[in-house]
Design a protein around this ligand. Structure first.
Ligand SMILES: [Zn+2]
Ligand SMILES: [Zn+2]
Length: 275
């Protein structure tokens, strides 16, 4: 049973019709893993972009992090930066341009097997404020997905995603189907939908990530069918990528509102079907 984490609000897909998609960024890498900027630089840039919640998701693979003992300095710097943030009572009084931004320090953790194994130490599991579960190298096969027959790559990715979708330590699933899609073969939307169904029933969010899911609209449509919890992630490795996912989601949202205004007959047919 997943512990409730009220401090980790996601966006319910049903709300796409009710409120604007917020300026959140939930997938960011800094110099502590394979990103190109420091935590402080990323935070400052996110603030200038109007981001209201920023979540760092450093890799845990040893070849992607800044040395074998990277986690301690990451946590020290995270703690220092958090102390610099204004206390909440001051935030309320501040004008909108100087308003505080909520920042969480998390990890992007790959599976190590198909039975719930995750690549992180006990200290990471205890401290990380957000666990973005990922299928990266396929367990038992490494980064050989490009050499696998497409059906096998699809099957392995799907198995890994389903393991994440029932893992109570996971808050959101990174780029579902994206590794297969990028390196091996198109990942069937029907399997993406099965992952969404399972994750949603377990209170685990689905990342919508334009760096992997191109175009994003069909993935959003599946999330809407199941009222999935959406985690907007842009796989940020460079400053200018901050906010891309939430920006694309709000563009899709505006487009669907416009379409409804342009084709009001669709609404009438739908209303008639409901009655
Ligand atoms: Zn990833
Ligand atoms: Zn990533």
């Amino acid at each position: 049973m997943k512990l409730p984490r009220p401090h980790l609000p996601f966006f319910a897909a049903d709300d796409m019709d009710k409120r604007p998609f917020p300026a959140w960024e939930y997938h960011v890498h800094s110099l502590f893993s394979d990103g190109s900027s420091s935590l402080a630089t990323l935070i400052n840039h996110a603030r200038t972009q109007g981001i209201t919640r920023l979540i760092f998701t450093e890799h845990t693979e040893p070849d992607l992090v800044d040395g074998p003992d990277w986690f301690k300095p990451y946590w020290r710097e995270a703690t220092r930066l958090r102390l610099l943030e204004k206390p909440p009572e001051k935030r309320k009084k501040a004008s909108s341009s100087t308003k505080g931004m909520e920042i969480l320090f998390g990890l992007e953790v790959p599976i190590t097997d198909f039975g719930g194994g995750l690549l992180m130490s006990a200290e990471m599991a205890e401290k990380a404020e957000f666990i973005l579960g990922a299928v990266h190298a396929y367990p038992g096969y490494g980064w050989t997905m490009g050499d696998l027959p497409p059906e096998q790559a699809i099957e392995l990715e799907f198995k890994g995603l389903m393991a994440l979708a029932e893992n109570p330590r996971i808050d959101a699933i990174a780029h579902p189907g994206g590794i297969c899609e990028k390196f091996a073969a198109p990942f069937p939307l029907s399997l993406f939908e099965e992952v969404v169904r399972k994750a949603t029933s377990n209170g685990i969010a689905i990342e919508l990530n334009p760096a992997y899911q191109e175009p994003l609209a069909p993935y959003l449509a599946v999330c809407r069918r199941h009222n999935a919890l959406i985690s907007p992630g842009s796989n940020v490795h460079h400053l200018e990528q901050i906010g891309r996912a939430s920006h694309e989601l709000s563009t899709l949202q505006n487009k669907s509102t416009l379409d409804r205004h342009r084709h009001p007959q669709h609404q009438r047919v739908r209303a008639a079907c409901k009655n």
